[in-house]
Every structure is written in structure tokens, then in C-alpha cells.
Write a protein of this length. Structure first.
Length: 325
């Protein structure tokens, strides 16, 4: 019997278009002799299955089922390709866990924690994980520019706390530009995080569970043509992503060990991608993504290919791991 796989994509964040691309790649890569793949678009105003002819079939949220040609279809597993809310912040995970439907991402608590940069970094610091110095603000808090600069220095990064890493982010060089950057970040989220600038090589580390074991994929070095790895650098080709990274064996071993340790400390499952910057030959954690990009050009698929894992193998493994738990 072929398994019915719901591939959820879209979402409520600024990254919904990238998510649609990721989900479409997953659908195209599934072995049609083993799986019936269904593209499920999740938006605030509608949850629908979009068929090959672009017809929309509404989702029954009571049991996450659809009706096609008068036949009710339930799903054996959900492949999560939603970047940002509600796919990466724990909401969909909690929903599927309540319905007892296997899904390919980490559990609800881990998704919520990793999506919140402030809470993630605070959780990992007692384990000795190095992070940039930061200053956090909630919407409505008084803004003391001198206190911020005293703590994090200049230049610094102003980021939305609970949003994709490419949106609402500004590199600030001068005190006079700080307020504008804070306003921009607050347009994406009601919490922001301001971090000290770390000047060093940036690497991205994919960690997955593959055939039952935690596996660290080949490292990717990020060389942005822009001032930092922003949306244009990440999604519009304005960066070099070099796999394997051009760093020494010692540094590679150090960051691989750290990324695997973080995956295990947090009890993650499925696919993940952690971002680090080296400062004084030590890896500093920037963030952890639990629903990384899955297009042909995305970083984690590049890393998988370098490890000899094709996209069909990567995606089928994610489904089999989810259904085995």
C-alpha cells in the first residue's frame, strides 16, 4: 500500500514563497511507486490541498483530512516544509502531535525554543555553547541607545527575535541608525534581539537523523557579496556557499562536534541547520533552523549531496524516521 504524505508549505511569515518552493521540490522527489504526495498550502485564511490542476480542496482541521472525488483521504505522515510560523515555531507540531499524525520535524517544545533566538541562546549558554553578547527588547520597552551600545558595541546586528534570519535584520554602524533598525525589526516581530558583531568565517552545519543515527553533514562556508547574509544573499544568489568549507581540519572538527552536541542537548529530530561564526578559532552559535530550505540550491541539500545523499534519499529518510518514532 502506498503511503499518503501531506507536504505542508506556505505559512504565515515573509518566507512563504521560499516554503512553497521547498515543498514543491519535496513533492517532485518522492518516489511515486511508494508515496502519494499531496501539496498542502497553509495560510492564515485557508488550509487547502492544491492538486495538479491547481484545484483547491479544503482541509478538515478536525482530523487533517481532505475529500477528493468524493473520497476521504487521511495522511500517514506530514512532511513539514514551512519556514517560519506556524511550521517552525511549534504550532503545527503541537497540532499533529494532538492528532497523533507523524511529522518530519522536531517536537513542539524544541521547535518553539529554537525559533526564539533569545531563549535558545539562553538555554544553551550554561552548556558552554559560545554566543554573541546580546541585548533584548520587547515592543513598548524604553529604548536606551547608550545602554545598548555599551553592552553590544558597534557595529551590531538588530534582528527580529522570532522570524526567519533574513527578515527584519540590519547591521548598524552608527548610533544614529539604531532606532530605525529597531523599528524595522519590530515590523517583523514584537520581540527583538541586538547582538554584537562577530568578525570571522561563517559556516552552516547540517545535522540530521539518518538511518537512525545523528549525522553531521559536510560544512558550508558562507561568503556574502553583501554586508551580511541577508535575504538577497540567501535567496537571490548574492552569496557564495562553498561546500565543503575552506577551514582547517581542527576548526571543522570543533564546529561539527558543537553542532552535534547542540542537536543532542536539545533532543532534536529530523533535519536541522545551525549557523556559526568563528572568533579566535572558536565557533559562536548564531541560530538553529529546524525547517531549513529544501530547494535544489538550498544549503542543506547541497551538504547532503556532498555526503552522497540525494534529495529523494534525504526526503524518504525523513519520512521513514518520522513514521518509526
Amino acid at each position: 500500500m502506498k503511503k499518503n504524505i501531506a507536504i505542508i508549505m506556505g505559512g504565515y511569515s515573509s518566507e512563504y514563497q521560499i516554503s512553497i518552493k521547498s515543498g514543491s521540490v519535496v513533492k517532485a522527489c518522492l518516489d511515486s511507486t511508494k508515496y502519494n504526495g499531496y501539496c498542502i498550502h497553509i495560510f492564515k485564511d485557508k488550509w487547502v490541498h492544491v492538486d495538479e490542476d491547481s484545484n483547491e480542496h479544503p482541509i478538515d482541521k478536525n482530523d487533517f483530512s481532505i475529500v477528493v472525488d468524493n473520497k476521504k483521504i487521511v495522511f500517514d505522515c506530514v512532511f513539514n516544509a514551512i519556514h517560519g510560523s506556524p511550521g517552525e515555531d511549534g504550532l503545527m507540531q503541537a497540532y499533529f502531535e494532538l492528532l497523533n499524525i507523524p511529522h518530519t520535524s522536531c517536537n513542539m517544545y524544541q521547535a518553539a525554543l529554537t525559533f526564539n533566538k533569545r531563549d535558545l541562546l539562553a538555554t544553551l549558554r550554561p552548556y558552554g555553547i559560545k554566543t554573541a553578547t546580546n541585548y533584548c527588547l520587547n515592543l513598548g520597552d524604553p529604548i536606551d541607545e547608550d545602554a545598548i551600545i555599551k553592552k553590544v558595541g558597534l557595529p551590531c546586528f538588530v534582528k527580529a527575535n522570532k522570524a526567519g534570519s533574513s527578515f527584519g535584520i540590519t547591521k548598524v554602524y552608527e548610533k544614529r541608525d539604531l532606532n530605525e533598525a529597531i523599528d524595522k525589526a519590530f515590523r517583523e516581530d514584537n520581540e527583538i534581539i541586538i547582538e554584537s558583531f562577530l568578525d570571522g568565517v561563517e559556516v552552516s552545519v547540517g545535522v540530521i537523523t539518518y538511518k537512525g543515527k545523528v549525522m553531521v553533514l559536510p560544512l558550508t562556508e558562507i561568503v556574502s557579496e553583501n554586508d551580511f547574509f541577508d535575504y538577497a544573499a540567501k535567496y537571490q544568489g548574492q552569496s557564495q556557499e562553498i561546500t565543503p568549507a575552506r577551514i582547517s581540519k581542527d576548526l571543522a572538527q570543533k564546529v561539527r562536534k558543537e553542532a552535534k552536541r547542540i542537536y543532542e542537548i536539545l533532543k532534536l529530530k529530523g533535519l536541522s541547520r545551525s549557523e556559526f561564526i568563528f572568533k579566535d578559532d572558536e565557533p559562536y552559535l548564531l541560530e538553529v533552523n529546524t525547517v531549513p530550505g529544501l530547494t535544489e540550491e538550498s544549503i542543506l541539500p547541497q551538504q547532503a549531496r556532498a555526503a552522497g545523499i540525494t534529495l529523494p534519499m534525504l526526503f524518504e529518510n525523513a519520512i521513514l524516521e518520522a513514521m518509526a518514532n
